[in-house]
Design a protein around this ligand. Structure first.
Ligand SMILES: Nc1ncnc2c1ncn2[C@@H]1O[C@H](COP(=O)(O)OP(=O)(O)OP(=O)(O)O)[C@@H](O)[C@H]1O
Length: 276
């Protein structure tokens, strides 16, 4: 029987799980990524922050070749995605991606949203796909919604289904592109809680987010991008708490509104909201 890959394979490997070298991406005359070098270790959680248009989503999309880099190399688990001879579909299966929009199939149940991709893409039999679906719905706390349709769920629940769907494919790494940006504020926490559990399990994660609380509390490393380059990176306590670069500082000042931090009722610690 075909087994689902474990969330983390601690037996492998020496090199980084994600390796990005000299990555450039242009859309016509718009040179969006201007030489990105980034290594992400197995089990590491990296948050990518930066102003709108700085190239964060494009970077993420280049990591699973939803966008084709104009120049540079990308490796996942030691396999070069940018090698023209690579079986890109096979490599992509090792990479789970969660978007701002959940993109669930609206006309089938939650359970079938998890089962169908496993059957179509991985060729799993029905019983096995159902078992994996059950396991991953439990993992995101939605076992009781298995027979519901997406429209019957809240946005937070739909995003948790989208995460469970990605996990059902047994990925080695998970990419999150602003996974909470489309959610009402009261629903953000439940999605972050699921991501926090995954991080605790040792999943390799690359997360584009404006959620500074998540970056501070969960990320092993924060990468600040501006103008298509990495301006600075390091532990969240440094990059978010005490940035070295003026560009990082002014970005953080813009999003972490000091007025809100000092508002009556604020406790003076942790990031104010909004933005989160
Ligand atoms: N498919 C595309 N075709 C043309 N231009 C694109 C495409 N995707 C992104 N861009 C451009 O690339 C630039 C960077 O966009 P990107 O979405 O990567 O930035 P971002 O940092 O993720 O911004 P945001 O925080 O607003 O999502 C923008 O100027 C955008 O218009």
């Amino acid at each position: 029987m075909q087994q689902e890959a474990p969330a983390v394979d601690t037996t492998a490997t020496d090199g980084p799980e994600i390796e990005i070298r000299g990555l450039h991406k242009s859309f016509g005359a718009n040179h969006v990524l201007r030489g990105i070098d980034l290594d992400i270790a197995r089990g590491e959680v990296v948050c990518v922050i930066g102003p709108s248009g700085s190239g964060k989503s494009t970077l993420l999309r280049c990591v699973n070749l939803l966008e084709e880099p104009s120049e540079g190399r990308v490796f996942v688990g030691g396999t070069e995605l940018t090698d023209p001879d690579v079986d890109i579909d096979a490599v992509r299966r090792r990479i789970g991606m969660v978007f701002q929009q959940f993109n669930l199939f609206p006309h089938v149940s939650v359970r079938e949203n998890l089962v169908l991709p496993q059957r179509r893409v991985l060729g799993r039999n029905k019983a096995e796909a159902e078992a994996v679906a059950r396991k991953n719905l439990a993992r995101v706390g939605l076992s009781d919604k298995s027979e519901a349709y997406p429209a019957q769920l809240s946005g937070g629940q739909q995003q948790r289904v989208a995460i469970a769907r990605a996990l059902s494919m047994g990925p080695e790494v998970m990419l999150f592109d602003e996974p909470t940006s489309a959610l009402d504020p009261e629903l953000v926490g439940e999605v972050l809680a699921v991501m926090r559990v995954l991080a605790g399990e040792g999943m390799t994660m690359m997360v584009v987010t404006h959620e500074m609380s998540f970056a501070r509390e969960v990320a092993d490393r924060v990468v600040f991008m501006d103008g298509g380059v990495i301006v600075e990176q390091g532990p969240a306590a440094q990059v978010v708490g005490d940035p070295l670069e003026e560009r990082t500082r002014s970005f953080l000042n813009r999003i972490l509104d000091p007025a809100a931090a000092e508002a009556p009722g604020a406790r003076g610690e942790g990031p104010p909201a909004p933005p989160r």
